[in-house]
Design a protein around this ligand. Structure first.
Ligand SMILES: *[C@@H]1O[C@H](CO)[C@@H](O)[C@H](O)[C@H]1NC(C)=O
Ligand SMILES: *[C@@H]1O[C@H](CO)[C@@H](O)[C@H](O)[C@H]1NC(C)=O
Ligand SMILES: *[C@@H]1O[C@H](CO)[C@@H](O)[C@H](O)[C@H]1NC(C)=O
Ligand SMILES: *[C@@H]1O[C@H](CO)[C@@H](O)[C@H](O)[C@H]1NC(C)=O
Ligand SMILES: *[C@@H]1O[C@H](CO)[C@@H](O)[C@H](O)[C@H]1NC(C)=O
Ligand SMILES: *[C@@H]1O[C@H](CO)[C@@H](O)[C@H](O)[C@H]1NC(C)=O
Length: 320
């Protein structure tokens, strides 16, 4: 604001001193309006104030009798403010580009201000294209993409939640590229307008991640198969191992396994006498299981009791 005032002051000074200011550049979007101000409060005395174009046509004339006369060709689209003396031109077209000057006529002709007006079209919308080559390097979603607008183009790559901010310019147009954590934003702009195209990076990367996971899950279907095959082989090996171990203890007849069995018979003979030592004969026994699965151990317990010594010894041995 302050700067603006200073600029205006300088401009006034310049105008006052030389009676003519430098051209002020103004950009107007095609079809839009533009307001041109005289930029000074210290008007010289005048009989006529006019806004002129560079074809020396008086767009509007204002006489000291407060009479406003617009030019025929501008009649429908010009507004003149007879307090501030500003000129507003509506529906600007490219052919309206050029120099506009405010001039007072009196005892002396004074140019108050000049505007270099450029009427330009609004920018084309840029097109952000995600190239097909997306892949994960480490844990990062990497996306290569291109942003195009008119003759401008930026190639870039999104990686690790960012991309390098880039900018290319032609005469009046600028194409900038910016990435946030959520978007890749391509902004095509000129002095009168900007348009952008953007891509939700989250969406893109989640989508790609899912695709990647799907690819993995296809191959991961293999794992249960491999796993079960391995398990089968392992089981077989374990089975064979035990079978081999038992093979030493078992008779094999015609491929069938016959278990050698010892008839178990509890024969406890006790001979008791007062003077004689008591001997307990024991017992050769076996857990009888006619349909023993091969895994089951069968053990013959052999126990000898000797009573006089009150000594008990138990012998456990594998059945033979
Ligand atoms: C951008 O990439 C395209 C191919 O995708 C290539 O033709 C073009 O030359 C590249 N432009 C720049 C400025 O790197
Ligand atoms: C993607 O961009 C990176 C960096 O700009 C580049 O090194 C890489 O070759 C590009 N990959 C593809 C497939 O275009
Ligand atoms: C990714 O970015 C983080 C910070 O944003 C940084 O600390 C890290 O080193 C980067 N990793 C790579 C591989 O660029
Ligand atoms: C890029 O985006 C970041 C975050 O949205 C913002 O802070 C930064 O000013 C932008 N840069 C440009 C050049 O637009
Ligand atoms: C696009 O660029 C113009 C001009 O630099 C700027 O005014 C506008 O805010 C930018 N838009 C976005 C979304 O960054
Ligand atoms: C981006 O896309 C993701 C996934 O669809 C969504 O959850 C998120 O809200 C979007 N972000 C914005 C800022 O739209």
């Amino acid at each position: 604001m302050a700067l603006n005032h200073i600029l205006r002051f300088l401009l006034c000074l310049l105008t006052f001193k030389t009676g003519f200011s430098a051209e002020i550049s103004v950009f107007v979007q095609t079809g839009a309006s533009v307001q041109l101000d005289i930029q000074t409060q210290q008007l010289p005395e005048f009989e006529l104030l006019a806004w002129m174009n560079d074809k020396s046509e008086n767009i509007v004339r204002y006489s000291d009798s407060k009479r406003v006369t617009p030019h025929d060709s501008y009649k429908d689209r010009v507004v003149f403010n007879d307090v501030t003396f500003s000129l507003t031109l509506k529906n600007m077209q490219k052919t309206d580009s050029g120099l506009y000057t405010a001039r007072t006529l009196g005892s002396k002709t004074t140019d108050l201000v000049s505007y270099r007006v450029s009427v330009i079209d609004s920018v084309e919308a840029p097109v952000l294209t995600v190239e097909t080559q997306n892949w994960f390097s480490g844990n990062f979603c990497t996306v290569n993409f291109t942003c195009r607008a008119h003759e401008l183009m930026i190639n870039s790559s999104y990686q690790n939640n960012s991309c390098s901010t880039q900018e290319v310019t032609s005469q009046i147009n600028t194409l900038t590229l910016n990435c946030s954590e959520e978007y890749i934003i391509c902004n095509h702009s000129n002095t009168v307008s900007w348009k952008q195209d953007r891509t939700n990076i989250t969406q893109l990367c989640i989508y790609e991640e899912n695709k990647l996971n799907n690819d993995q899950s296809v191959s991961s279907l293999l794992w249960p198969v491999v796993g079960s095959v391995a398990l089968c082989i392992l089981s077989l090996l374990v089975f064979l191992h035990f079978k081999y171990k038992k093979g030493a203890q078992e008779e094999v007849v015609k491929g069938n396994t016959v278990y050698a069995q010892v008839e178990a018979e509890d024969q406890t003979q006790e001979k008791t006498g007062n003077d004689r030592p008591i001997t307990v004969y024991s017992t050769l026994g076996q857990h009888k299981k006619p349909t023993i699965p091969p895994e089951t151990d069968h053990t013959v317990y052999s126990e000898v009791y000797k009573q006089p010594n009150e000594k008990l010894s138990a012998i456990s041995a594998d059945a033979t």
